[in-house]
Each structure stands twice: as C-alpha cells, then as structure tokens.
Write a protein that binds this ligand. Structure first.
Ligand SMILES: [Zn+2]
Length: 255
C-alpha cells in the first residue's frame, strides 16, 4: 500500500509541472473541489463527468485529475441539476477534483499536444497560434504521407477512430500542424504557418471551405480521442514522483 501525501503536496507537484499561471484560460486551473486532506490514489480522466466521478468512487480514489473540470467562464453559477449531482458525489465521498485545461494541453512532454504528436509519429518543429499552443512538424521516420488519405489511415490506426477529412486537392503531406480538442479556430494560424494539413478534434462549418480554398487539408479526429493522453501522462508522472497510486479511467465519448 502506498503512503498518503497531503493535498498541498499533490497540488504543488502539479502546479510546478504545469505552471498554470502562464496561461489565460477559460476556467480555474488547479484545485476545483476540495476533498480529503491526504491522498493515496489519484484517478485521471478527460472530463469530470458523473460517470468518471462514479468510477473514481468505485476505485476508492481520493483525487481526480482531469482536463475538463466543472467550472467555465460563462456558466450561470448555479448548483442545480447535473452540476448538483456531480458536486454532491464529490463532496459526499470527500474526493478532490483537480482540473488543468490549457496547461495540460501545452506541457512540452506530457501535455495533450505533445502526447498526440507522439501517438501519430510526428516530431515537433515549431509552435503556432494563440498562446503558442499549436504544434507543427513532420514524421519522426523522415517519410512523408503520400496524400491526405494516407495520413487519415495512419490517424485511424493510432486513435482507433476514423477522422472527418476535408480534402484539399490530392498532394503529398510533408508538414502537419496539430492542436487537440476544440481547436478548429487555430486552422487559419496553421494555414499561415505554411503546413500541408491540420489535425484537431472538431470541425465547424467555416473550416471546410477554408480547406478547399487554401489547399490545406483539415482532419477532425475527435475532441475526446485527441485529448485522452495528457491527463494520464501527467497524473502518472506526479503519482510516481510522490509514491502514490494512479489509475486512468476512460469514459468513451463519440464527440
Ligand atoms: Zn478539450
């Protein structure tokens, strides 16, 4: 059985690693809901959904670390309905909820973007877009993708999910930009960076036209599917550092 650590030690370790003060974000990073003072077992997941909280309770976790926490700018601030249910479960079971949004995307080794690049066999050559969150590069093996279809096939294999592809005229893909989750608005910055294709989680209507008109391919690979890797990488790193137990719990999401 692992030795417990204080909540403050866990928070200090996460903050030292992810440096949340460096980011302008859409919600509070760090401790969102206070639970027990000591922690033996941390569960990681993508989103603080009721299903994840229930799974963490079953796993007897003292803390949950997620990419998508409970609180976002623009919410009405009431604790009713689904919000009441999630909070009630956390508070009744004395579980700490830690959430890191953009800091968890951006960590150069453990973040969602770095981890996605690794899964896709891409090496980073530069950054682009707002707060330098986007990454771009080329294949780690020095090869290129013959066309966007070859890139889409490689992504399907890596993520076990077929992307939505807006195909530019068929051409070789040498450089790829990527930003996980709902980063479709980064497409124009990716185009400006001069890449052949852009990978993110979601697509909105305007990007299909931009892809056709600029010749830069757009691949929407799933918000959840592209953001599955950062939280467990960070939680595993911190748990190993502190000598506590970590479990990643995947709650499937088609979006
Ligand atoms: Zn996201």
């Amino acid at each position: 059985m692992s030795q417990p650590v204080t909540r403050q030690r866990l928070l200090d370790a996460c903050n030292a690693l992810l440096q949340p003060a460096r980011f302008k974000d859409y919600g509070p990073n760090g401790l969102q809901v206070e639970g027990s003072d000591t922690i033996r077992h941390i569960v990681s997941g993508v989103t603080a959904s009721r299903a994840l909280i229930e799974a963490a309770i079953d796993a007897k976790a003292d803390a949950i670390l997620v990419h998508h926490g409970l609180f976002w700018r623009g919410q009405d601030g009431t604790v009713t309905g689904w919000m009441k249910q999630r909070l009630q479960l956390l508070l009744a079971h004395n579980i700490n909820l830690l959430a890191y949004h953009l800091p968890l995307d951006a960590h150069p080794e453990l973040g969602n973007n770095a981890q996605l690049g690794k899964r896709l066999g891409l090496q980073v050559q530069g950054v682009f877009g707002d707060q330098d969150l986007g990454l771009w590069g080329s294949r780690v093996d020095g090869q290129t993708f013959a066309d966007v279809k070859a890139l889409a096939t490689s992504i399907s294999q890596a993520l076990q999910r077929a992307p939505v592809v807006v195909q530019a005229p068929a051409r070789e893909i040498r450089t790829v930009a990527w930003c996980t989750g709902g980063a479709q608005s980064y497409f124009e910055a990716a185009i400006a960076a001069g890449v052949d294709a852009f990978i993110t989680g979601e697509i909105s209507e305007p990007q299909a036209h931009l892809a056709r008109e600029t010749g830069v391919a757009f691949l929407a690979c799933g918000h959840h599917a592209t953001e599955r890797y950062g939280a467990p990488a960070v939680a595993a790193h911190v748990a190993a550092q502190l000598g506590i137990t970590h479990t990643f719990i995947e709650i499937d999401n088609p979006a």
